[in-house]
Design a protein around this ligand. Structure first.
Ligand SMILES: Nc1ncnc2c1ncn2[C@@H]1O[C@H](COP(=O)(O)OP(=O)(O)OP(=O)(O)O)[C@@H](O)[C@H]1O
Ligand SMILES: [Mg+2]
Length: 329
């Protein structure tokens, strides 16, 4: 099968007064049509900047410094701004981290959806309105004929997220990027929204990139996982690989921080000690070294690159073959 999306050696840096911040540092992964990948990592690891880079929406003073993003056979980096505009929203939908900043406060919900539909699908106003109502209904918004007249601030966080999902789906894209679509809402609603996204994308064979901190979400909703640390993918594999046989100390640390049902309420959740490195002054060797209980000498001076540790499973750790996860087996 030809991949739907191939991200190849993508690097995006921010040129700041404090130095060059390597937010995304030589990232590669690919996605099959209809597949769901989870991109996981702590705050500041480059998940959002990586997603924005795909659509060439990196804000100033950021710049994509290298790499290719092949989407349906075309390198998005080589397109004119007009051409990339046609991909955004039409072929690739995006659900942003903060819906209040990405919904336009002065436009009604209906208008925000119909605008995209009119532009991309060439429907007239009535046709577009009809489609907007159908979409709001499909994402579980009650009384959609009424709601399309509302402005975003009159809706709850969960309802706004649903509007974002409807907008992402409006032009029948082949890929949706959902950047932490659920942190603004409570856990029950979070589960409902992800359930909804999975169902809608499965129905239409839409591929999905889910960006999250939450390993629980990953276990439940994705096919494959890429673990990000300090701008790099440090481990990549199937959900099974990542949960049953993690091959990177950072992944093991993330797993230990997932709350389990069998845990006593007062039992302390393990967190990974220490802080991620300053992305403008990366250490010489492995960026995780300072926090790693498995580190050896080599880790201080040689950056580990992704190495195959199994079928479709890669780890960027010099000690990968010797790791034993406390939860595996
Ligand atoms: N406008 C900016 N100027 C300078 N540096 C930036 C800017 N935006 C992001 N960065 C840098 O890029 C890094 C990656 O940011 P990004 O938003 O991708 O993190 P993230 O993994 O999405 O985090 P979160 O989970 O908190 O959303 C940050 O650590 C930050 O140092
Ligand atoms: Mg982010």
């Amino acid at each position: 099968m030809t991949p739907l999306l191939e991200v190849q050696n993508l690097s995006t840096y921010f040129y700041t007064d404090e130095g060059v911040v390597k937010a995304v540092n030589d990232v590669s992964y690919s996605l099959e049509p209809g597949e769901t990948i989870g991109i996981v990592g702590e705050s500041g690891s480059g998940k959002s900047v990586g997603a924005l880079s795909i659509l060439r929406l990196v804000p100033y003073p950021g710049r994509i410094v290298s790499g290719r993003v092949i989407f349906q056979g075309t390198d998005l980096m080589s397109l004119s701004s007009r051409e990339i505009q046609r991909i955004r929203g039409r072929r690739i939908g995006i659900v942003f981290q903060e819906p209040m900043t990405s919904l336009n406060p002065v436009l009604t919900i209906g208008r925000q959806i119909t605008e995209a539909i009119e532009t991309h699908l060439g429907l007239n106003r009535d046709g577009a309105r009809q489609r907007a109502v159908e979409l709001l209904d499909r994402v579980g918004i009650p009384e959609p004929q009424q709601r399309i007249k509302d402005h975003p601030h009159t809706l709850s966080g969960g309802m706004r997220q649903r509007v974002m999902i409807a907008m992402a789906l409006s032009c029948e894209p082949d890929l949706i990027i959902a950047d932490e679509p659920t942190t603004a809402v409570d856990v029950t609603i979070q589960a409902q929204l992800l359930e909804l996204m999975k169902e809608l994308t499965r129905e239409s064979n839409v591929a999905l990139i889910i960006i999250t901190h939450n390993m629980g979400i990953v276990a439940r909703y994705v096919d494959r996982v890429a673990i990000m640390y300090a701008g790099k993918i440090v481990e990549q594999g199937s959900v099974m690989d990542i949960f049953k046989g993690p091959q990177h100390p950072y992944t093991i640390g993330l797993q230990e921080s997932i709350p389990r049902l069998d845990m006593e309420r007062r039992e302390k959740l393990a967190t990974i000690p220490g802080q991620p490195p300053d992305l403008a002054h990366l250490p010489l060797g492995c960026a995780f070294r300072e926090r790693c209980r498995y580190a050896v000498d080599r880790c201080s001076n040689e950056v580990p690159h992704l190495m195959a540790v199994g079928q479709g499973h890669w780890s960027a750790c010099w000690e990968a073959s010797t790791l034993i996860s406390p939860q595996a087996g």
